[in-house]
Design a binder for this molecule. Sequence first.
Ligand SMILES: Cc1ncc(COP(=O)(O)O)c(C=O)c1O
Length: 388
Amino acid sequence: MKSEAEFNFSMPVERRHTASMKWDRYKDRDIIPLWVADMDFCSPPAIIEALHQRVAHGVFGYTHPPESLNAVVVETLQADYGWTIQPQWLVWLPGLVTGLNVACRAVGRDDDDVMTAVPIYPPFLTAPANSRRQIIKVPLQETDNCWRFDFERLERAITTRTRLFLLCNPHNPVGRVFTRDELSALAAISEKHDIIICSDEIHCGLLLDDDKTHLPTATLGPEVAQRTITLMSPSKTFNLPGLGCAFAVISDEKLRRQFIKASSGIVPLVNALGFAAAEAAYRDCADWHLQLLEYLRGNHKTLVRAIADMPPLTMAPLEATYLAWIDVRSAGLPNPVRFFEDAGVGLQDGIEFDGPGFVRLNFGCSRSLLVEALERMKSAMDKHVASK
Ligand SMILES: Cc1ncc(COP(=O)(O)O)c(C=O)c1O
């Protein structure tokens, strides 16, 4: 196995002047950007090599999903989750947000209801209305430092027009990896009320807690698989979101046809480089992936310790993702994002996730940058607390 030093997650990579969305937000200001969900790390060398080879060919015509890519996805889902899928169940997409929007169009009719649990990644909140659906939002509950579904409340909120549940697992922003019991309870409610589950599992390769395993919703059983649209991508784990390559797994033929019909004419093909990168990611990057997780676990530890030393801020430890959900409600900050920007750190406002009073911090960066950001936050919080 290559050493961490060889992959060099610690070495900051200059991302200014690369039209990086994350870094351009504060390009003329001394603000460390810890917001949008990409990492500051180079992708694995095997992916970069695969891209070089594809570029060297020099012809970039319309490209369908390579059979070899379908094959490696089938192998990976089998190896990682014991999930046996057929290649024809795969529908390739230029992104998961596209998948969420297509799912809303594909299931039910205009004015039907789409349910989700909040806080949640913002495109979950906008996808229903984009497709003329109403959104029903049910709050997740935080008890004993852990975020959970409130199944009673969730079931009470279901209407006769609720057709679709948008699930995020592992969860952005609260970082939960839902258990078999939790997913089974959700699946049972969905079956009882004839609701399709769109299960966004984009963060499934980013488990921080060694005791947890990711369970794809569709593996709970054949009845659950039949009513599930699973969305996955190598983009978060291998840091490829700028290459636009994702897929849906839909075992039920009728549901798959509906999904493909809803995307026809508006969803472009995945680009040739996205396919090349995805194939290398699933085939050749296991060592890099292990090393990444080790590094992110180190960052997570650093972060948890730092937040514990920044009263009155709190956070529940994360089971997955490189996105922390920090509770700033007791700090009495009229505008938390502005406060931390003034301190030199760019975070994301919980309001965007339907979670006011929280900020989201992306720790997918070199430890030195994270430590510097945390020092800036601590110094500002200490001053703020002392001034009260
Ligand atoms: C839960 C979730 N789904 C989807 C996405 C974005 O997916 P894509 O870039 O493939 O549209 C993100 C990015 O942060 C995410 O956290």
